[in-house]
Each structure stands twice: as structure tokens, then as C-alpha cells.
Unconditional design. Structure first.
Length: 405
């Protein structure tokens, strides 16, 4: 007989007695033997700033707690589904310098005129984007039954992305066209007004491509000839472009949550040196990636290499290049240095690099040998000159005429 991994096992002669711990429910009716199926009394998982919470009805009934009188954050009620009482609720969202935290206080309410033998009061938290260990928040002076579960869980991003055209009112039909002003809005109705969502960086590319356009860095727009970028109204708008004749445009954003009084204040006067003045920065940023469909009837399909196709004022197709690319004589963009090799998949380039390296090393060794020989002959020559000088001086001593006083 096998005990549940959380059960307490007591060996007897030829047998064993299994007992579930007090914070687990024993489903002995399914096996007829105790301690073989110990189930948690409470479960929860995060969905951004929302949480799904489940209470095991038989366990809490055994503790004289009516789960129908248990609410999340005071007003979110659950529904019974078989042996579980389930909740899906918004959390109370706060932010610090490192995390966005949604808290869920799960507590019972005593009806008017009622009484309670035991009380239910614990808090679970969903943390974006990293996991921290939190303990249950016990605030009642009554006898509180602790469900003994992990009360913190890492949550994925709760942000919702919406794509508009020409502002934040009109949704595109059938996709966006080259030259349209594409606008992206980030929202989460559960985040309070004192928490701000800031876009720290913004990149576009063909899906999976290594050549990317950086339109925003350190909260500041990057000047790309032909592209207009606007970060007003809590979102970002940019001129739609079509990289590598792709049917979709991949967008990558890095987002920072911060309280209004602690949000960074970027200085965008210099393209190279963006200074975040006097404010705290969140050390935990979230990366969001999604694609924007390009309209099937879009006419800007020119092959621009690692660049992107854009229509000019005369509706003529032209290529724009990212800051890591250069425009070649044929009008296409080519990535500089090693990026060009990666973008074209040129496998022979690495072999050429190795050959150049070997030739360079051999040339260097040859030059060092020449310098060594030159130093050797120079030293020998100096030594010979020194010996000759000494011999001449000695000859002068012995050949001088001795005069009698």
C-alpha cells in the first residue's frame, strides 16, 4: 500500500497506517483506505491581475466554515462547481520599485446574528513579472484555519493591446497599409489610476528577422528618416512600414509599471544620452510581443533587403534602413558587419573570417621575428663598438710618451 506523499505513515506489522495532515482533505471514500489521497483545501492561479481561486467544500465544512460566506476582497463571490467553490476576481493592485502586485484577501463574513467556531482569512498575491515569497496575511483575532498553500505566484502580463489607425478611435479593417499612422494602446482595467504604464523601448521587424527598427529607446523616440513617431496620450503611434515584403509586422515593446510620483522623467534632448532625472526606475520590465496584419491590397511590396518599404509623398515606393543598415547602390538596405552575414545566412563568411584571422596572426608573427633579429644585430653592434672604444683607451695609456721633469 502506498501513502500519499504528504501523508504521515505509521508502520505496523505487515502493514502501515496512512494519515493526511490536518491541512489536507482525505478522500478515503475513493479508495476505502485513509491517507492515500490527500488533497489541498485551497488552490489558486494567476491570470495577470486577476486570479482563479477554488475552495474544497468538504474540507471547509469539516472546519465548520460555510464557503458561501467567504468572499474575495470583500465583494467578489464564488459559485459551487461539484466539490469546489470557485472564484474569479480582480486583485487590489499596488506597485513598488520592482513589482506590480495584485492582492486577493480571501475571508469569511459572519451573518448578522450568527457565530463562528473557526474563521477563514488569508491573502494570496499575483506578482508581475517575477516570483516573490509572501506569507498569508492573518488579521483576525479569532481561530483562523490556515490552508497552508503557496500564497504567491508569478503572473503573466495583464496588459491588453489594441491597434488603431489614425488615432485611438478607429480600428483597422482588414489590416493596416503602408503609410498609415498605426497607434497602439496598452490597457488593464484593473490597474488603478495612480499607476502609470510607460513604454521603455519599441522595436519593429518582419516576424523572426534579426534586422529590427528601433523607434523608441529609454522612453525617447529615435529619429528614422520617413517615419513619424508620437508617444502622447499614453500609447505610441508610428508610420506603418513593411519590412522585407512581409505580410505582418512584428512589434516588441518593453513596458515599465510605476507609481506616478516615482515614474522616470526622461530627457530626450540628445539622441545618444537620455537622462532619467531624479526619479526611481523599476528594475522589473515586461516585454510584450505581437504582430500587426498588413492589408492584402497594400501596394508597397518592394524588396528592400534588411530594410522596409515605405511610400513617399508622391506615392512612390522607397526603402528606409534601420540604424544598423546602410543603403546600397541598388536601393536596398544591407546590415553592417556581422549583422549582414547573419541576415543573409552566409555560411561561407565565417570561413573567410577565420582565414583572415590566420593570415593576420602569421603576419604578426613574421613582423615580431624581424624585430627580434633587428634587436639582436643592433645589440651585437653596440657591444662591438664598446669593446673597440676600451681597446683604444688602453692603447693611449701605454703609448703616451713619458717626459722627465
Amino acid at each position: 500500500m502506498g501513502c500519499d506523499e504528504e501523508a504521515i505513515c505509521e508502520n505496523t506489522i505487515g502493514n502501515a497506517i496512512c494519515t493526511c495532515p490536518d491541512n489536507r482533505h482525505d478522500f478515503e471514500e475513493t479508495t476505502g483506505i485513509t491517507g492515500t489521497n490527500c488533497v489541498k483545501s485551497m488552490e489558486f492561479n494567476c491570470d495577470g491581475s486577476k486570479a482563479n481561486i477554488s475552495l474544497l467544500i468538504p474540507y471547509w465544512e469539516g472546519k465548520y466554515i460555510n464557503v458561501s460566506n467567504v468572499f474575495v476582497n470583500g465583494n467578489c463571490s464564488g459559485r459551487t462547481d461539484g466539490m469546489w467553490h470557485k472564484y474569479r476576481c480582480n486583485g487590489t493592485v499596488t506597485v513598488n520599485t520592482t513589482h506590480l502586485v495584485a492582492a486577493f484577501r480571501v475571508a469569511d463574513v459572519i451573518p448578522i446574528g450568527g457565530f463562528a467556531i473557526n474563521r477563514f482569512d488569508t491573502t494570496v498575491k499575483c506578482i508581475q513579472p517575477a516570483l516573490q515569497n509572501f506569507t498569508g496575511s492573518i488579521q483576525s483575532e479569532d481561530t483562523v484555519v490556515d490552508p497552508v498553500i503557496e500564497t504567491a505566484e508569478a503572473a503573466g502580463s495583464s496588459l491588453q493591446t489594441e491597434v488603431f489607425v489614425g488615432g485611438y478611435e478607429n480600428s483597422p479593417e482588414g489590416g493596416l497599409r503602408t503609410g498609415d499612422m498605426a497607434c497602439i494602446k496598452l490597457s488593464d482595467p484593473n490597474i488603478p489610476e495612480n499607476i502609470r504604464t510607460m513604454i521603455q523601448s519599441f522595436h519593429t521587424s518582419a516576424p523572426g528577422a534579426t534586422a529590427t527598427f528601433t523607434l523608441l529607446r529609454d522612453y525617447c523616440p529615435i529619429e528614422v528618416p520617413g517615419l513619424e513617431i508620437d508617444t502622447a496620450n499614453g500609447g505610441i503611434c508610428f508610420t506603418m512600414h513593411r519590412p522585407q515584403a512581409s505580410a505582418t509586422l512584428e512589434v516588441k515593446l518593453v513596458v515599465n509599471f510605476c507609481s506616478i510620483e516615482d515614474c522616470p522623467t526622461p530627457s530626450c534632448l540628445s539622441d545618444r544620452n537620455h537622462i532619467l532625472r531624479g526619479q526611481k526606475q523599476s528594475q522589473e520590465l515586461q516585454e510584450i510581443s505581437f504582430t500587426i496584419n498588413i492589408a492584402p491590397d497594400d501596394t508597397c511590396d518592394r524588396d528592400c533587403g534588411t530594410g522596409a518599404c515605405l511610400l513617399d509623398d508622391l506615392n512612390q515606393q522607397r526603402c528606409i534602413c534601420s540604424d544598423h543598415s546602410t543603403l546600397t547602390e541598388d536601393g536596398k538596405c544591407r546590415a553592417r558587419g556581422n549583422e549582414a552575414e547573419r541576415s543573409e545566412g552566409n555560411t561561407s563568411a565565417s570561413g573567410v573570417d577565420i582565414m583572415v584571422l590566420v593570415v593576420g596572426l602569421l603576419s604578426g608573427a613574421f613582423v615580431l621575428c624581424l624585430l627580434g633579429f633587428a634587436a639582436y644585430f643592433f645589440t651585437r653592434h653596440r657591444k662591438a663598438d664598446h669593446v673597440n672604444d676600451k681597446e683604444l683607451k688602453m692603447q693611449e695609456i701605454y703609448t703616451n710618451t713619458i717626459h722627465k721633469d
